[in-house]
Design a protein around this ligand. Structure first.
Ligand code: HEM
Length: 309
């Protein structure tokens, strides 16, 4: 029996590249004119925008500066930088989703949130790469990190604020960086994603209590039975209000993904440093474990106990 699938056999019979021939042997580049054309396009790329120029790769790829000669420090830097890049996209998509909700455009808002969810999946899977760093490998360079910690990630804190975990005290972490502190103060005063959704529901005629709509939005939202009752109505008859029902489930997905990220961070930290205190000055694992009890959308969980009663 042939190990080559029938569709591959067919292709290699007609396609010289599939038959493992180099372009010249395959007769794709065989004239001086072809070579000259390739050189011309290379010269044009020097004049015009090329891949590296568009992506500022020189800047991006020279931003990894290990403090030691230890082989594994590059992994540590890359994983943090990659996370920060994805967080940049997540914050961008979240803000756009919120604008769409403010304009009563649920469809485009859900599209944005679906992307956020997929990025979070990506970030969750990334922990497996970092988990290849053993405690002894990390110990080789941890001492050089000083007091730096993901705790000081302004984009992470901004995302938490947008999701509704408005912890004002966290802004003090950025006393050394006024631009970051100002950015967080501004985000703290903005409505969270959940606030925007509850506002939309109120505009649609749902009975969202005024005490919720008028609350101080620089503080975290707390469980309100009136809001649970609104969701009870939505979950009681999804067919007649599918778009808001779908939004509720999308928010639960989002919270679930975010909590999974937190959980995977905690477990990775546990296997790499055990119960040592963090470089950022916290108790480490016990501190991270407390965050698992936080919920962004409490009524969306509370309503589940009422469904079907
Ligand atoms: C060896 C790997 C890692 C260890 C040992 C570690 C450890 C810790 C610890 C102990 C904390 C609590 C604050 C502190 O005292 O420092 C923390 C917070 C944090 N870390 Fe990591 N971390 C690691 C990798 C990462 C990576 C790759 C990211 C991605 C950017 C990250 C992002 C964060 C964030 C955002 C916080 C704040 C969490 C919160 O406030 O709830 N960490 N980390």
């Amino acid at each position: 029996m042939s190990p080559v699938a029938p569709d591959q056999q067919d292709r290699s019979a007609t396609d010289p590249l599939a038959a493992n021939l180099r372009p010249v042997e395959a007769g794709l580049i065989d004239t001086a004119a072809d070579v000259e054309e390739a050189a011309d396009s290379g010269r044009a790329l020097i004049r015009d925008l090329d891949y590296a120029g568009y992506l500022h790769l020189q800047r991006l790829l020279s931003a990894q500066e290990p403090l030691t000669d230890h082989h594994d420090e590059l992994l540590f830097i890359v994983i943090h930088q990659a996370t920060e890049l994805w967080l940049k996209l997540v914050v961008h998509e979240m803000r756009s989703a919120q604008e769409h909700l403010r304009a009563d455009e649920i469809g485009p808002a859900l599209k944005r949130l679906a992307r956020v969810k997929h990025v979070l999946r990506q970030l969750i899977d990334q922990w497996a790469v970092l988990a290849t760093l053993t405690p002894s490998e990390y110990a080789e360079f941890r001492g050089k990190l000083g007091r730096s910690s993901g705790f000081q990630s302004v984009q992470y804190r901004e995302l938490e604020f947008l999701l509704g975990n408005k912890n004002k005290a966290m802004i003090a972490v950025f006393d050394h960086d006024q631009a970051a502190a100002d950015r967080l103060r501004a985000t703290l005063a903005e409505p969270s994603l959940y606030d925007d959704f509850l506002d939309l529901l109120a505009r649609r005629g749902y009975d969202v209590p005024d005490r919720v709509l008028q609350r101080d939005r620089t503080a975290p939202h707390t469980l309100d039975d009136g809001v649970t009752a609104v969701f009870g109505r939505i979950y009681g008859a999804p067919e007649s209000q599918w778009d808001v029902y779908e939004t509720c489930e999308e928010l639960v997905d989002l919270e679930d993904s975010f909590q999974t990220w937190r959980f995977r961070h905690l477990k990775t930290v546990e296997r790499i440093i055990g119960f040592k205190p963090g470089t950022g000055g916290s108790s480490g694992v016990p501190f991270l474990r407390r965050a698992l009890d936080l919920t962004f959308f409490p009524e969306l969980y509370a309503v589940r106990a009422d469904i079907g009663n």
